[in-house]
Write a protein that binds this ligand. Sequence first.
Ligand SMILES: Cc1cc2nc3c(=O)[nH]c(=O)nc-3n(C[C@H](O)[C@H](O)[C@H](O)COP(=O)(O)OP(=O)(O)OC[C@H]3O[C@@H](n4cnc5c(N)ncnc54)[C@H](O)[C@@H]3O)c2cc1C
Length: 376
Amino acid sequence: MLQDTVRQFAQSSLAPKIETLDHEEGFNRESFYKMGELGLLGIIVPEEDGGTGMDAVAATITMEEMGAVDASTTLSYLAHTILCVNQIAKNGTPEQKKKYLPKLISGEHLGGMGMSEPGAGSDALGMKTKAQRSGDQYVINGSKTWITNGPNGDVFYVYAKTGEGKRDVSTFLIERGMPGFSTGKKFSKMGMRASPTGELVFADCRISAAQRVGEEGSSIKMMMRNLDIERITISGISLGIARASIEVATRYAKERSQFGKPIGAFQQIQERLAEASAWYEACRCLTYDAAKMWDMGMMVGKEASMMAAKAKLQSAQMATKVALDAIQILGGYGYTREFPVERYMRDAKLMEIGAGTNEIQRVIIARQMLGEAADA
Ligand SMILES: Cc1cc2nc3c(=O)[nH]c(=O)nc-3n(C[C@H](O)[C@H](O)[C@H](O)COP(=O)(O)OP(=O)(O)OC[C@H]3O[C@@H](n4cnc5c(N)ncnc54)[C@H](O)[C@@H]3O)c2cc1C
């Protein structure tokens, strides 16, 4: 039922707009109100907190269905729902949940998450943004970059250092309009162009201590756990992009004729399609298996991180390769905006960078396999 509902929503609310929004680097803000009505924005938030009370499998299905049509809006949806809303529901105080969740779950407010910084990407714990306690307030200084929904978001779940140690990380809820907080430049990107990405700037941003989420200096575990579910659910976007690429390429291989026969009769085209389909199915199994194990509580700690990293690594590489192959199958048309496969390829590439690069996923997997030997 969820799959059908999201598929219909994607066709009616995302499909008609994405080509123009991708071209103009716009944003489908209206779709978030509709997602709110459908209960998608609080999909894994418990019902008692105003959410839909579903799980990681459901969120991944949603990502795949939306991702097959419009990966950009789906990326913004992921940042809103998994990185912001879910984290407030999981870690916020009753007051914070009451204050922020209703408008985020209805779509009235747009959320985002700020972890990465200009000098701290893969090495997230190398962040320099500092929150200094001052009586019953904190004063935040520093900046975050690459923040999805940064240019147009209302509420941000932001990590900052509250001590000198690498692990002294705390979390703060930051609202647009708070004194000393501003959003910097919006980046112009190769893909995911209808998902605004930008900077968050803190210049003596003074906030009440009530904006802190959890105990001071205790955020690393929450941050890592969220990265795991992010990596599982974002793999749904890779699956969606790959599925759409395969559909377009298969149709084209049946319709396009050269040398007096459909190009699908050529074994080199068949090989590309067959490999794409098999790799997509393999990644689908891996991703939904990871989501299911997550939901059943079968994965904790480093084991969860490894499984999430495997799903993310394979799905991301698969999506890029499959989208590239789709372009090849479409020949010259694949290289133009006449067909969506060039957009699929541009969007897929982000899957190999955002939520931790391929290289970092390999580091996570190898460390778990090799233990201390990996860091010798
Ligand atoms: C469109 C987009 C949206 C994003 N949204 C968000 C968001 O909402 N919130 C947020 O906090 N962040 C967000 N990010 C940031 C994203 O998570 C980072 O870009 C990513 O973690 C990589 O960091 P970096 O870009 O600084 O690259 P770097 O860390 O500088 O890496 C550069 C290269 O070095 C490699 N490398 C680094 N360390 C190692 C290592 N130990 N071993 C081997 N290779 C290594 C990398 O794999 C990469 O190839 C977004 C990024 C993009 C592009």
